[in-house]
Design a protein around this ligand. Structure first.
Ligand SMILES: [Zn+2]
Length: 113
């Protein structure tokens, strides 16, 4: 090794913040921490679990909820918009019925006359 060109090397540990496993190691940095390790990652444990350290699942669920409520709102508006047409159709039906039986249609109570 050449003198004065190498960084200082420490005897230190790597700590997993999920399961707390500690490994001794050598590094130029001290007290290393990792989010997940081979002792607790679902790939190695075979466990069915979602690793969500960045809150991505939460973010996805929030977005899903927002889009669902927006869709529901849009559907409600569409229905509201189509209501007059439905009412008119009902009126025309009532008129047809009234032609068959005049006493069922009241001119005064019907707003479409
Ligand atoms: Zn771990």
């Amino acid at each position: 090794m050449k003198p004065d060109i190498h960084p200082k090397r420490f005897e230190t540990t790597i700590t997993c913040s999920t399961c707390g496993t500690v490994w001794p190691t050598h590094s130029t940095r001290q007290n290393l921490r990792v989010d997940i390790c081979s002792h607790c990652h679902p790939f190695y444990t075979g466990e069915q679990r979602i690793v969500d350290t960045a809150g991505q699942v939460d973010r996805f669920m929030r977005r899903l909820q927002t889009s669902q409520s927006q869709q529901a709102e849009a559907a409600r508006r569409r229905e509201e918009k189509n209501k007059p047409a439905a009412a008119r159709m009902a009126h025309n039906l009532r008129l047809l019925l009234a032609k068959l039986t005049p006493e069922t249609h009241s001119e005064r109570s019907c707003r479409w006359t």
